[in-house]
Design a protein around this ligand. Structure first.
Ligand SMILES: NC(=O)c1ccc[n+]([C@@H]2O[C@H](COP(=O)([O-])OP(=O)(O)OC[C@H]3O[C@@H](n4cnc5c(N)ncnc54)[C@H](OP(=O)(O)O)[C@@H]3O)[C@@H](O)[C@H]2O)c1
Length: 398
């Protein structure tokens, strides 16, 4: 059965190498549920030697400097005082990680959260049920699957007169069971169009607002995922992320003139999600290279852990949704509650010590943050530059 996949894990760990596919991962349960989906979001650590793992567990904070991440500038200690609350935009704050993060931040009484959501009523209800007091949040409409909506949202942020200090690109769709691609308003395949292109335009347009901030720190955080990193066990489960030579992206991902997939291949909803997460992590690093020194903005990504209960898995079959949380809790032990994941993302938003830019954060078993290593593809500067340049054209910035 699906849970039998766990028995494969130890041997898989020992033979799993970055960039090399392993046929034993390609399992499908009798339920017709690919085990890849069950194993997809756990174990934040890249597949490494025992020595490397030991190092991670004994150094709780900033324990590892990722060799593959770009050079970083250590900003001066953040000593400037401020009287006002920080303002943070969180996309997709109507559920899961985004909502949990909003709750943690407002409870500190130091943050006002702008919940950037496509469903106003759902967001309002979610804020209420999470017990977020009215004065501490503002809901603003944002549909990342429409570039017009992104532009309107940015206009509304500017018109609001509220300074912007931190942007969290959190929203995402995951369509693992889709047989055919669906598309954004502009005709991009929905997963990459929403998760990457919508956020790409949003963050580019809001950069000027962030530059103006007088808050002690300004940050752009783009939520990544272990599933996009092929230097991990989870990232090695087919279909693996692979942007190829970007021919599909360059062709507009519309499935008419070319492929809806970034690498130009046949549509695969699970792969499209993983590819979009690679784009998220590459975009964060390209932002860092282009803007950190000039603006002082900290750019970061993270893997919050496997939050098996969120709406991210809503498109999966009911049996998967039933088995996935206990599988992650008791078999892989990679499960993280929404509350814990919210604390992690809130830490990347607000911890004054996490000033380092160009970093992909993860957490160890003791919930201590460390700087994790990205896969070869997710840290390839040339690919990051190309994804940036093609994305600029697709969203109308170049
Ligand atoms: N769950 C995990 O195990 C896990 C692991 C690693 C990384 N992540 C990442 O964590 C982030 C949050 O995911 P989650 O697990 O919290 O899932 P979730 O509960 O489904 O949250 C996703 C959010 O994105 C919003 N969204 C989707 N399409 C949108 C659009 N077109 N415009 C605006 N908002 C849109 C959803 O809005 P609606 O409420 O209107 O649908 C929802 O609020 C994602 O970036 C995901 O990749 C999750």
């Amino acid at each position: 059965m699906a849970l039998q996949a766990a028995s494969l894990l130890p041997s898989a760990i020992s033979i799993c190498k970055e960039g090399k596919s392993n046929a034993s991962f390609k399992e499908t349960s009798p339920f017709g549920v690919s085990v890849s989906h069950l194993k997809a979001e756990f174990n934040p650590h890249p597949v490494k030697s025992k020595k490397f793992k030991r190092k991670l567990s004994v150094k709780p904070m900033v324990a590892q400097i990722a060799t593959a991440t770009p050079e970083t500038n250590q900003a001066a200690p953040e000593t400037k005082k401020t009287l006002r609350k920080g303002n943070v935009i969180i996309t997709g704050a109507s559920s899961g990680l985004g909502l949990a993060t909003a709750k943690v931040l407002v409870e500190t009484e130091k943050w006002h959260v702008i919940m950037a959501c496509r469903n106003f009523l759902k967001a309002e209800r979610a804020a209420k049920s999470a017990g977020i007091a009215k004065d501490n949040y503002t809901i603003m409409h944002l549909d990342l699957a429409s570039l017009d909506s992104v532009r309107q949202f940015v206009d509304s942020v500017r018109l609001s007169g509220r300074p912007l200090d931190v942007l969290v690109c959190n929203a995402a769709v995951y369509l693992p069971t889709a047989k055919e691609p669906t598309f954004t308003a502009e005709g991009f395949e929905l997963s990459v169009g929403t998760n990457h292109l919508g956020h790409f335009l949003l963050s580019r347009l809001l950069l000027d607002e962030l530059k103006k901030s007088d808050y002690p720190f300004k940050r752009v955080i783009i939520v990544g995922s272990i599933t996009g990193n092929t230097n991990t066990l989870a990232g090695n489960v087919p279909p693996k992320a692979n942007l190829g030579d970007l021919r599909g992206l360059a062709g507009g991902l519309n499935g008419i003139n070319g492929s809806p997939m970034i690498d130009g291949g046949d549509f695969d909803g699970a792969k499209a999600y993983k590819d979009s997460k690679v784009c998220n992590m590459l975009t964060m690093q390209e932002f860092h290279r282009r803007y950190h020194e000039e603006t002082g903005i900290t750019f970061a990504s993270l893997y919050p852990g496997c939050i098996a209960t969120t709406g991210l898995f809503r498109e999966h079959i009911p049996l998967f949704r039933l088995l996935f949380p206990p599988f992650q809790k008791y078999i892989t032990k990679g499960y993280v509650s929404e509350e814990e994941a919210g604390k992690r993302l809130a830490q990347v938003v607000s911890d004054p010590s996490l000033t380092k830019s160009g970093v992909y954060w993860s957490w160890n078993k003791n919930s201590a943050s460390f700087e994790n290593q990205l896969s070869q593809e997710a840290s390839n500067p040339e690919k990051a530059r190309k994804v940036w340049e093609i994305s600029e054209k697709l969203v109308g910035l170049a």
